[in-house]
Design a binder for this molecule. Structure first.
Ligand code: ADP
Length: 482
């Protein structure tokens, strides 16, 4: 599709009038009928006679197409989404170019959509090309903008002003460019929706000299009106798909929030209440019973440790909220991961004699740019969980190694394991696996969410593997160069 640069070489500009302004022809079918009327007025000239004959043949096809335009998209787009609608658009677009081709008796007709923001083109339909040329047209047209093809802002503006352009291809600057069909004059008609250029329809008669009659131009105008409906419909459907997608996203987000909320309620009603009940029980004993000083001290110690636990849980909740809302920034430093791992393992091993630790650490891991305290929090949570969820004791393996541009750390236990369906869920705030074996193990379901948040803030990844009732392995990676 080529156009002449020089204004003086354009034989004709035609203002496309808005047919829908006439109330009697405001519907697509009425517009088609109007086109038929226009065609029927062709009487005088030989070419007009021919046009009239072709028009009559095409009217039935036009009406059938208008029907398709009205009804087909509903069936297809309900089952499928924008892909179905694109299929419908190109199917009807193809019928428009085929009918235009038949009525005008020209060599080629094509329709392309124009993106209203970027002015890039999108192929809709073409007729008159060889199969190879057609495939290449469909494959390549999207690489071009309207300006790439028209080469002149003024020509784009003329199309935007709803003018039909007739271009002499034998004149500069097009006469030097590739013209495999020896096209002499190219017609380019705008397709507009609400004064906005949304596509173009073009046609040519090859090397044949052809003067477009008013009636032929009328037919082209009608075809651009039909193409407008196709593109409008496609745009509306794309809009609908986008809205549907946004709605689905919002629903998913809502169901995630609901899940977190119901997990939260269950944690508060179970974990927090258990601790509060214990505090309440000990304080009632102290209030109502005659207790020795030793007993009072003993109860006070229990109350104190339960209060500390409650405080810790609340801190975890607030900490996660602050991290998620972006209020926490990492305090990066050069961190020696191997010594951090050894430190955390030693401090946990000191209080859990039933577990044996095996350290398989790569001594050559370079220092990482990371937040030391946050990494300690990650290691304490993962190694603490390995201990907490192997209540019968067992062996715990902590490994570290370099993998490509990252360091990979894993913590493996021989504990109660995690069912496959929960391996991702455990990273959701307040989620706790409900099972007979974990019933008496307290927690908020926040530790792993905090771990994931911290690791992701370091651009790393964390995940879990588990064989039910045989143990769990947690893995995380951290990039070596940040
Ligand atoms: P909490 O331990 O406070 O409940 P976490 O976020 O640390 O919270 O863990 C979430 C859930 O994942 C735990 O409730 C538990 O069901 C499961 N889990 C975590 N670590 C392990 C592990 N090493 N072995 C088995 N289950 C685990």
């Amino acid at each position: 599709m080529f156009l002449d640069h020089e204004k003086k070489t354009r034989p004709l500009h035609l203002q496309i009038d808005n047919l829908s302004q006439d109330p009697s022809i405001s519907t697509p079918v009425a517009q088609i009928a109007h086109a038929a009327l226009v065609s029927a007025e062709v009487r005088t000239h030989d070419a007009q006679m021919l046009l009239e004959k072709r028009s009559r043949d095409a009217i039935d096809a036009l009406l059938a197409m208008a029907e398709a335009l009205m009804y087909i998209p509903r069936h297809i787009s309900h089952e499928d989404d924008s892909a179905g609608e694109t299929f419908v658009a190109s199917m009807i677009g193809q019928r428009i170019v085929d009918i235009t081709h038949t009525i005008l008796g020209c060599q080629r007709v094509g329709i392309m959509a124009v993106d209203s923001e970027t002015e890039y083109l999108r192929p809709i339909a073409v007729v008159g090309l060889s199969p190879e040329a057609e495939a290449s047209w469909f494959a390549n047209i999207a690489r071009f903008s309207l300006l790439d093809i028209l080469l002149d802002h003024n020509l784009v503006k003329l199309l935007q002003a709803k003018e039909v352009l007739l271009v002499d291809m034998t004149r500069p600057p097009f006469q030097g460019s590739s013209n495999p069909y020896n096209i002499r004059v190219m017609l380019v008609a705008p397709i507009c929706v609400h004064h906005q250029l949304v596509g173009v329809l073009y046609s040519d008669y090859g090397s044949e000299e052809h003067i477009y009659t008013e009636d032929e131009l009328s037919v082209i105008k009608t075809m651009t009106k039909l193409a407008t409906l196709v593109i409008e419909r496609e745009q509306a459907e794309a809009e609908r798909s986008r809205a549907l997608f946004a709605l689905q996203q919002a629903n998913e987000q809502l169901s995630r929030v609901n899940k977190v909320q119901s997990n939260f309620v269950s944690v508060v009603s179970h974990e927090f209440r258990t601790i509060l009940t214990s505090i309440q029980g000990f304080s009632e004993l102290m209030r109502d019973e005659v207790c020795s000083l030793e007993e009072v001290k003993e109860y006070a110690i229990d109350i104190h440790s339960n209060a500390l636990l409650l405080n810790e849980m609340i801190s975890e909740m607030l900490d996660l909220e602050r991290m998620k809302s972006g209020q926490v920034l990492l305090k990066r430093d050069q961190v020696d991961l191997t010594s951090l791992l050894t430190r955390v393992i030693n401090s946990i091993a000191a209080v859990t004699p039933r577990h044996t630790f095996h350290l398989l650490l790569d001594e050559n891991i370079p220092t990482l740019s990371a937040d030391r305290d946050r990494l300690i929090q990650v290691l304490t949570n993962l190694i603490g969980n390995a201990v907490k969820y192997s209540p019968a004791g067992g062996e715990i393996f902590v490994r570290s190694r370099i993998e490509g541009n990252a360091v990979h750390v894993s913590v493996q236990d021989q504990g109660i394991g995690i069912p496959a369906h929960a391996l991702e869920q455990i990273f959701v705030p307040y989620y706790r696996v409900e099972s007979e074996s974990s019933r008496y193990i307290t927690g908020t379901g926040l530790g792993l969410s905090i771990v994931r948040q911290i690791i992701e803030m370091h651009s790393g990844r964390v995940w879990a593997e588990s064989t039910h009732e045989q143990g769990t392995t947690f893995h995380f990676t951290l990039p070596l160069v940040i």
